[in-house]
Write a protein that binds this ligand. Structure first.
Ligand code: NAP
Length: 230
């Protein structure tokens, strides 16, 4: 049984990851901004037989991250998934962009994952072979040119570099740090016309995490296990 921490776990890919890990018998700490109104997550908690619990954490807010991490105490954390994400503004064009929303994209998707790992570092170090996985995007990659999306793409590219750097800093500590493109997924963010379901994406992400070894630290994956060029 692994202990798993997931951010943004009240809907979309994060909720599905939480449900799948709990169904597999793992102990899952599911974090979200508003557990009180996270109906689908709370239903899953009630059905999980104690495997899944919901806790508050806004990954754009340093104090909220610290307070949320306290829910796990000193327990070793085997798997930490930085999943929470936002688009970073409805319009992201060269001639029209919301700079505050761009800053929010960096707070939530670039600096937030760094802070979340910092907050759980003692728990990761207490595990025998911990894995940190950050859900980024193909839009982070220079090999995937896509116009517009300045805020989203730059925040995801930024977190890829943050995680690659962290992988180097944690080398030798038995903590694997990697990144993943979850596919184009039918969620609120991906829309109904996307390629795969949240169930398929989460199953793929879990499979990649399960197969990670020390030599894989710093790598960027696709949900199907392929390496993502970037
Ligand atoms: N869907 C795709 O096609 C696709 C493609 C590439 C990458 N991704 C990435 O995959 C991850 C999951 O996306 P998704 O498709 O499942 O999107 P989603 O359905 O829109 O869910 C996003 C999740 O992130 C949470 N979140 C947003 N801001 C947060 C904050 N400040 N603190 C904590 N949680 C926050 C949301 O919580 P609230 O309900 O409180 O807003 C929600 O639980 C994201 O990192 C996204 O960028 C998705």
């Amino acid at each position: 049984m692994a202990t798993v921490v997931i951010t943004g776990a009240n809907r979309g890919i994060g909720l599905e990851l939480a449900k799948q890990y709990a169904a597999a018998g793992d102990r899952v700490y599911a974090f979200c901004r508003s557990p009180g109104s996270a109906d689908k997550l709370n239903e899953a908690v009630a059905a999980s037989g104690g495997k899944l619990s919901a806790h508050a954490m806004d990954v754009g807010d340093a104090a909220s991250i610290t307070a949320g991490a306290a829910a796990v105490g000193d327990a070793p954390v085997d798997v930490l998934i930085n999943n929470a994400g936002i688009l970073g503004g409805a319009v992201q064009k060269l001639d029209e962009i919301d700079f505050d929303a761009w800053i929010d994209a960096f707070k939530v998707m670039t600096i937030g994952p760094f802070r979340v790992v910092q907050a759980f570092l003692k728990n990761l170090r207490a595990a025998s072979n911990a894995k940190v996985m950050t859900v980024t995007s193909q839009l982070a990659a220079s090999t995937w040119p896509f116009g517009g999306t300045y805020a989203y793409s730059s925040a995801k590219a930024g977190v890829n570099k943050v995680m690659q750097t962290m992988a180097l800093d944690l080398k030798g500590e038995n903590i694997t740090v990697s990144m993943i493109h979850p596919g184009w997924v039918k969620t609120d963010m991906g829309g109904p016309g996307a390629d795969i379901t949240a169930e398929e994406s989460a199953a793929g992400i879990r499979g990649v995490i399960a197969n990670l070894g020390a030599a894989d630290t710093g790598k960027f994956y696709k949900w199907n296990g392929d390496i993502h060029p970037w």
